[in-house]
Design a protein around this ligand. Sequence first.
Ligand SMILES: *Cc1c(COP(=O)(O)O)cnc(C)c1O
Length: 248
Amino acid sequence: MSSSPEDDRRRSDLVTALGAVRHRIADVCGSVGRDPHQVTLIVVTKTYPARDVVTLAQLGVRDVGESRDQEAVEKLAQVDARLRGLSEQLAPLRWHFVGRVQSRKCRSIAQYASAVHSLDRAEIADRLAAAITESRRPPLEVFLQISLDGDPGRGGVVASDALALGDAVAAHSALRLRGVMAVAPIGADPDRAFADLHEVSDRLRAAHPAAEAISAGMSGDLDAALRHGATHVRVGSALLGRRAPVIG
Ligand SMILES: *Cc1c(COP(=O)(O)O)cnc(C)c1O
């Protein structure tokens, strides 16, 4: 594929940013005695074009996150087409759905997602499981989104209902309960928020030992999340630059 000067500049910006974020993860892990290889970096590519996803894949990124189904479906097709046009063979990408899951989108999400990080009600688990079974896809990894400010209006299940939701997910053989996920409440101390999340994780794990993953930490607060045991960080703007405002 031919590359323009802008492509080259973008690639070198992404190389620099990716190196910086990987360093940051390694530094924090080192400071608390954790192995950085146990942390999965998910690059959240919402609002960014397919060509960035392909560049990231060439730089060794394997996990990408999207928060809107329609955008994900369109981008995925473009990424696949671009990857097919490359002479090099790259390992397949794993797509993580990190946004609000609407009931009518479950069938679609089940066609491409390896993991859903934002499950917050049993009805969605039922629909995702039915779609996975119907399309004979491998089990979908599921994280329970926990509402840390107790206001489920912003997404997430309140901590006191997390165990029941975990049981509902675990009852489906088409789903694989991986753990918990949260976004730190706006204005809250992230250390406090992620310490609370860790407690919810401990309680879930007591009932479901395999559900040991913690998806927490974004560009602004991934350090705090890693100090409190995050196994999956979801990073967008620190890698890709500031996003244009998302409408809808
Ligand atoms: C957008 C988004 C991210 C990434 O946020 P940045 O601040 O750009 O790193 C992470 N998690 C979720 C759920 C998101 O919607």
